[in-house]
Design a protein around this ligand. Structure first.
Ligand code: GLP
Length: 235
């Protein structure tokens, strides 16, 4: 695990862009993408860059159950706004939050992930250490699943909605096993409310109580974080 201290999202975004460029130069075909506020600086850097994704495929970590693609709070909408409209890909895959048959949707998405092995996975981290929407207690062997969101996650994500009742209570998420299958991983964490999760992920015991702690076992992880997010790490 490499922990890289950055001043802000702009610096984290630029440094991660350099890793992305190396990955693309090495022939990467599929990127794993994430939503939330943490990767926003990275997408800004990518949009302003000359990278070309027209031969690439993307797969996203997760999507809320029950939100249509044109709902501004859906992760599909987020990706269109922050990346896909500016940088067209050959194909963009996200779980379909409107699927009527969720079991069939899980199988469909799992097949997509198997057909498109991820070379570089982008991640944020939840305050409770979740990655994707894999909440504490999720098995490290978990593949794509429907998740009941924890009250703390619903509360944390309520800032993007008009009122907390509008936050979906379920999501479809890649599993922890899918995330660990990526060849390399970049995780962004900014702000003091991520400090405990980062300390646990980097220095804590590897435990399903803090999903991101499994990243200690991955051979190539870059964590870009600011002083506040690193404030609980022991030097
Ligand atoms: C959500 C997403 C995660 C994201 C996390 C943190 O729960 N499913 O993928 O990492 O929130 O979000 P933020 O970066 O906005 O703090």
């Amino acid at each position: 695990m490499q922990v890289i201290r950055v001043t802000d999202q702009a610096e984290g975004g630029q440094k991660a862009l350099a890793i992305l460029k190396e990955t693309l130069a090495a022939g990467a075909q599929t990127l794993g993408l994430a939503t939330g506020s943490s990767p926003v600086g990275f997408y800004e850097a990518v949009r302003a860059s000359d990278v070309d994704f027209s031969d690439l495929t993307s797969v996203n970590l997760d999507e809320y159950v029950g939100l249509a693609a044109d709902n501004p709070q859906s992760y599909r909408y987020f990706m269109e706004e922050h990346l896909f409209q500016a940088k067209p890909f050959k194909a963009n895959y996200l779980p379909n939050g409107e699927a009527v048959d969720l079991d069939a949707e899980l199988s469909r998405y799992q097949e997509i992930l198997e057909a498109h092995p991820v070379e570089l996975q982008i991640l944020g981290i939840g305050r409770n250490g979740h990655i994707g929407f894999n909440e504490p207690g999720t098995s490290f062997d978990q593949t794509t699943q429907v998740v009941d969101l924890e009250p703390s996650t619903i509360e944390a994500n309520a800032r993007f909605f008009d009122k907390i009742e509008d936050v979906p209570t379920k999501a479809i998420s890649m599993g922890i096993k899918n995330i660990m299958d990526a060849k390399a991983i970049i995780l962004f964490a900014y702000g003091a409310d991520k400090a405990a999760a980062i300390a646990g992920a980097v220095q804590g015991p590897i435990t399903e109580d803090l999903p991101a702690s499994i990243l200690q076992k991955h051979p190539e992880v870059y964590i870009f974080a600011d002083d506040s997010a690193l404030s609980k790490l022991e030097v």
